[in-house]
Unconditional design. Sequence first.
Length: 257
Amino acid sequence: MDQVTIRLDEPPRVASVGVGVHGTLGPPLHDVFRLPDLWQLHLYGWSGELSVGGTTHPVRPGHVSLIPPGTEAHFWYRGRSEHLYAHLRLPATGEPRTVPVMQDAGRAAPLLSGLLRQAVMAAPGTPARADAEVWTALWRVAELASADPSGGPHTAVAAAMAHIEAHLAVPVTVPEIARAARVSHNHLTRLFRAETGDTVVAYLRHRRLERARHLLRASTLPIPAIAAAVGIPDLQAFNKACRRELGGSPRAIRATL
């Protein structure tokens, strides 16, 4: 088995999420799992092999797998082996998405790890939060198939965009964004141009002004507060940016409802 079909239009229902530790009892370093009604999502921190439906997949740290319900999975370890897991039910309706059984998460692995660890902490008291964290992780896993398998443009640009969205209200530089995306300044510039047709600086400016447009039209915040909220606290500079990017002054944009 090389691929599975999942549907993510609605959140999953997480039955169990945690940290699995295997291979501690010595030979034979082989386990067999079959969950009749549950999907298995694993993010690996070990090296070995996984066999699903007669297909053997190498396991490496940072790899992620999805195993459908009722499928027998064979794991071969090389010693103590730790992974994050979620056992879950997925909706039966919605848009089908084809996802490889095993993928290298690349630069997305730390993000997936963070999401699953948040789910682990949330599960005992707020299971709906655990469902939400695992849902986000599943979307990330589904998107890996459309990304460069080396973890290149798609992942780096997505990480840069996420950093920009989280820092619209504060000063941020392209080198800082590049560090967040784990690529060099020049490499991010090339990737961003190839993926979006724009520069990082132009994209940052566009996102700030789009947020400003929303706040001007949808909120009663004073214009100086909106300017500060989008990282352009100088009112003269904010006015010029609105005119250039949005086609009018802040007051004129607010009046256009």
